[in-house]
Design a protein around this ligand. Structure first.
Ligand code: SF4
Ligand code: SF4
Length: 187
């Protein structure tokens, strides 16, 4: 993906302070821009901004650019960046910290929609179901209609099962999600 230069619209010191006050924010200012995180990231090519750039953007308080970027949603939480950062910064945790802030700010890009649908499917069934995921996501993203022929060809080849494999006890799962939501509210 072509990397665009960062042209800040404005710096937001309140946003900067908000992130710096979180557990992951403590070390953000120690980032020396070595780029080890970006070099370790398996999906940085798909990101609007690499993990290294995102950390710098948070340091500068570039709220709009940070929260509207696809970077925080593309992250696969593989932790490669976090285990290799020489300054003990956790870019993985930073991504997870930024997600609820983006949602609270009303950011509704396609990555947010996908994340929400994915969470709903897991919350309801305890397991991912490709069929439910695709059908529910298609309802929120009209552009997905273009993928219909591909989906049908997968179904014809039995690569897209219609059956939903549900977990036996989804009640416990609901409790875990509630705990997660409470923990997010505290941040
Ligand atoms: S690896 Fe750590 S110190 Fe290096 S750029 Fe990434 S966050 Fe900054
Ligand atoms: S945790 Fe996310 S940002 Fe870090 S290396 Fe993995 S995918 Fe990239």
């Amino acid at each position: 993906m072509k990397k665009e230069p960062i042209i800040p619209e404005s710096k937001d010191s309140a946003f900067r302070e908000q992130v710096l006050k979180t557990p992951v924010g403590e070390k953000i200012l120690t980032c020396m821009q070595c780029g080890i995180c970006s070099g370790s990231c398996p999906v940085s090519q798909e990101m609007d901004y690499s993990p290294r750039q995102l950390v710098r953007m948070v340091q500068l308080g570039l709220k709009k650019e940070v929260l509207s970027s696809n970077t925080i949603w593309i992250c696969t939480t593989c932790f490669s960046c976090s285990v290799r950062c020489p300054r003990g910064i956790h870019p993985t945790e930073l991504m997870e910290t930024l997600k609820p802030i983006a949602i609270a700010e009303g950011i509704t890009n396609r990555n947010v929609k996908f994340d929400t649908v994915f969470s709903d499917v897991i919350k309801t069934n305890g397991r991912a179901s490709e069929f439910l995921l695709i059908s529910k996501y298609s309802m929120t993203e009209p552009g997905m209609i273009k993928q219909l022929p591909f989906g049908l060809s997968m179904m014809a080849k039995r690569k897209l099962p219609l059956s939903v494999d549900r977990m036996e006890n989804t009640k416990e799962l609901g409790t875990i999600f509630k705990l997660g939501e409470k923990s997010r509210e505290k941040k």
